[in-house]
Design a binder for this molecule. Structure first.
Ligand code: ADP
Length: 383
């Protein structure tokens, strides 16, 4: 049995096989993430630098450009997005999924809708990871171009787990002139480095000051300090946003448009969005180029045989591959432990059908009538 997989950037054609009737099973988290083009974290070393303000303004600016945008407020210590978008309604449920709240063109979900100021932080912390996991998996985000995640400040366990959970395309680091100076930002950058999440850039918030009387911008702190530090860290500099009373008022009143388009802060945000778009497009193009998909898949008595674009041929033992099935019936979603036992798999197990899934994976139907697993090409390449 031999199948050829289209090597263009078009989706490979569906190739049905009589055995491949069972619905493929991606976990709810993967199903949601598969419909989101770019998941981007917005982070900061400490609270109060304007991370939530920046997340809100970037989301609204992207939505204004016509993108479908989601904003997940994961800031356990100060969930302020409901206030900044003036959306306080309790999220509704439909078909077992939580529906996000829609405000100013952005779909958002927040810890703040489920907890209140009285909820002790000590309780909110451990609960955060679980809740965020649920927000990522069980909120009906739909098709999105961007999902921005407003991370809690700092570089602790919560941030690390969230970062790994959400398959981030990249992270934006927000800092203030004071924080740049004391190197707190560096810790955040190191955290993303550790988990191999690309830093899309540094934003220096409160980098200057816009006079409320004459609207002129001045620079009480050293000008271009953020830029210099970004260079020093070897990461892109996305821009500086000045202190502007209108920006604070926009946040307080839950109307991000209060800022207006002509103010220096608005122009800075608009430039940052343009740069972000460009950087993400470059990363996306690179990822597409780097996605290793086999050009031919076949099988013999004991193996699945994959021919890669460079004509390298991988032969994977069929029984081992069946054992490595990633679906929820074979691997516990809670513990990650394998449920399937090798001794329960016949020595004569064979693939009876292959079906490419998107640009990233392969659904295999097996002679034991199991066909719910989707193996990513990366997983197959590693095997
Ligand atoms: P964080 O999310 O980092 O804790 P916030 O976004 O909640 O910070 O901002 C803290 C406060 O500073 C808010 O009152 C917000 O309106 C204000 N703020 C943030 N950035 C600016 C800015 N560039 N100009 C004026 N006020 C700002």
């Amino acid at each position: 049995m031999v199948y050829s997989i289209a090597m263009s950037k078009e989706l490979p054609r569906y190739q049905s096989s009589p055995q491949a009737k069972q619905t493929p099973s991606l976990s709810p988290l993967d199903q949601n993430l598969a419909r989101i083009k770019h998941v981007v974290a917005v982070s900061s070393g400490k609270g109060g630098v304007g991370k939530s303000t920046v997340s809100t303004q970037l989301s609204v600016a992207l939505a204004k450009k016509g993108y479908k945008v989601g904003l997940l407020d994961a800031d356990v210590y100060g969930p302020s997005i409901p206030k900044m978008l003036a959306g306080f309604s309790q999220p509704e449920q439909k078909d077992g999924k939580i529906l996000p709240i829609h405000r100013h063109g952005v779909s958002f979900m927040s810890m703040g809708l489920l907890t209140d100021d009285q909820t002790p932080v000590i309780w909110r912390g451990p609960m955060a990871t679980k809740l965020i996991q649920q927000f990522l998996a069980n909120v009906e985000w739909g098709e999105l171009d961007y999902l921005l995640i407003d991370l809690p400040p700092g570089t602790g366990d919560v941030q690390l787990t969230l970062t790994q959970l959400a398959s981030l395309r990249g992270a934006v680091v927000v800092t203030s002139p004071q924080q740049v100076a004391v190197g707190i930002t560096m810790r955040g950058i190191r955290m993303f480095d550790e988990v191999r999440v690309p830093i899309l850039g540094l934003i220096e918030n409160m980098s200057g000051f816009v006079c409320p009387h004459c609207d002129q911008e001045s620079h009480p702190f050293s000008k271009d300090g953020g830029k210099a530090h970004a260079q020093q860290y070897g990461i892109p500099y996305l821009g500086g946003i000045p202190i502007d009373a209108k920006l604070a008022q926009a946040g307080d009143e839950g109307n991000p448009f209060l800022l207006g388009e002509d103010r220096p802060a608005a122009k800075a945000i608009s430039n940052i969005v343009d740069q972000l778009e460009k950087t993400l497009k470059e990363i996306e193009d690179k990822t597409l180029e780097n996605t290793m998909s086999p050009k031919e898949i076949s099988s013999d008595d004991d193996h699945v045989i994959l021919t890669w674009p460079d004509d390298h041929v991988s032969k994977i033992n069929s029984r081992e591959l069946r054992y490595q099935c990633p679906c929820a019936q074979c691997v516990s979603e809670d513990t990650g432990q394998r449920i399937i036992r090798k001794e329960d798999i016949s020595e004569h197990i064979k693939p009876v059908g292959f079906r490419p899934v998107g640009r990233y994976g392969l659904q295999i139907s097996w002679s034991d009538h199991h066909s719910t697993g989707i193996y990513t090409f990366n997983q197959l390449a590693k095997m």
